[in-house]
Design a protein around this ligand. Structure first.
Ligand SMILES: [Zn+2]
Length: 378
């Protein structure tokens, strides 16, 4: 189970790394927005883009790149300012954005992340839930929680500099790689970013290049075309491997990429985003009674002794493990669930002789792991 999910997580996280691997040598590129604000471009496996507010309060960063690249990022920061680094706000918990958290925490920074980041390996100090604002360097920094690329996405807006950070809910170098909440989540993320923006706003994607309102509007339109085309191909019975060859879909993919680089046009760059739509937006579920939901929620112990919790959150059902992962279960029946985004994994609950849920078997690409349900209140 752990091995399987770790492998799957690495697959998701390495999406941009693989695509960038042909661009050598990778280097962090600073972009001066103003005397008091910089963006550092990542890419090339270094990690996502980073924002930096500098002023009388010190330095606040948006994201921290990877653990191995944080020292190089720190060097770039120090070329601009020697002020103390007070805060890092994560756009989400993926390692290419949060891997450097520990490095900057060590330098005295307080790490701010969305609450669901507790179910990830990312280190953080202060958790925020839905929306927040704080005053730093004389401007209001707004954060809005959305569920689009991950379950702990934050859209971050600096009112004084008029700059928005979208994390990986938006990129202009690849097709949409969102959908932890389906198309609805993707659009909600775009709307949250557009809600902060006017015609003058700089919009910084998690990967790719600084864009604007019009670029994000266009991305929204591409997302709708992308999902509609994949849905139509699915309807025709096409497999993901066949979808990759579809000329209409390829044209939509090319329109996503407003600053093309050869590596990003590679065939391999398209199948995973397609799969993400298929395994998120286009999975049907059956409604569960509250009795059926109550029966499966609770704590479960795996054979290795680790414990996961299955719980309801609104209409959704999640399996969460502190410091590790958060996955969404999609009901196919009262006891059989697919897992959003993880196409080859499913969970089947088992009952004991008395008819109560006794545990589940998780199957992932043919390998299985069992967990037993712990008594309520354990
Ligand atoms: Zn990323």
């Amino acid at each position: 189970m752990i091995r399987l999910f770790t492998a799957a997580t690495v697959l998701l996280l390495s999406f941009f790394t693989i695509a960038d691997a042909a661009d050598a040598p990778p280097e962090i590129r600073p972009v001066k927005i103003s005397d008091n604000f910089y963006v550092f471009y990542g890419g090339g496996g270094l990690g996502g883009n980073v924002g930096m507010s500098i002023g009388e309060d010190g330095i606040l960063l948006v994201d921290a790149m990877r653990d191995v690249t944080a020292p190089a990022l720190f060097e770039e920061i120090r070329k601009v300012s020697d002020k103390p680094i007070k805060y890092v706000i994560n756009t989400h918990s993926d390692a290419d954005h949060s891997g450097g958290n520990a490095f900057f925490a060590d330098k005295g920074a307080l790490i701010i992340a969305q609450l669901n980041a507790r179910y990830s390996p990312a280190q953080s100090d202060l958790k925020v839930s839905d929306a927040f604002s704080l005053i730093f360097n004389g401007q209001t920094v707004h954060g809005a929680h959305v569920t689009a690329h991950s379950y702990d996405d934050l859209i971050i807006y600096f009112s004084g500099n008029n700059i928005v950070f979208t994390g990986d809910t938006f990129t202009n170098t690849a097709p949409s790689y969102s959908f932890s909440d389906g198309a609805q989540g993707q659009y909600a993320a775009i709307d949250a970013a557009l809600g902060f923006a006017d015609d003058e706003t700089a919009i910084v994607p998690g990967h790719g290049f600084i864009d604007d309102n019009a670029g994000l509007q266009s991305y929204r339109a591409r997302c709708a075309e992308w999902i509609a085309r994949i849905a139509a191909l699915k309807e025709e019975g096409k497999t993901p491997a066949e979808m990759v060859e579809d000329e209409t879909l390829l044209a939509i993919k090319r329109a996503f990429i407003t600053r093309p680089r050869d590596s990003e046009l590679a065939q391999s760059y398209i199948q995973r985003p397609i799969t993400r739509v298929l395994t998120s937006e286009l999975v049907s579920t059956v409604p569960l009674s509250s009795e059926a939901l109550d029966a499966i929620t609770g704590l479960y112990a795996f054979e290795d002794g680790s414990v996961a919790e299955i719980r309801q959150d609104g209409e959704k059902i999640f399996m969460v493990k502190s410091g590790d992962y958060m996955i969404e279960l999609l009901a196919q029946s009262e006891t059989f669930f697919k897992i959003r985004v993880f196409i080859d994994a499913d969970i089947r609950f088992e009952r004991n002789d008395a008819g109560a849920i006794a545990g589940f078997t998780l199957s992932d690409t043919g390998e299985t792991t069992r967990a037993r349900k712990l008594p309520d209140g354990a």
